[in-house]
Design a protein. Sequence first.
Length: 62
Amino acid sequence: LTPQEPSFQYSGTVGVMVDKGSYAWGNFTMEREEDRTSFLVKVPTFRLECTSSPPERTERLS
């Protein structure tokens, strides 16, 4: 992050098997390029939302 670019935006997806309306939270450890020092960025609690249908389950054949 610099005065010219003071923000960072991230988005991603992950497949999780949880009940609809569940919540997630956590943190990222970031590293400054100039001196390689690290800092913690907390991710506040947010609600998990599904924007597509879940994949069909497949059974493993023995």
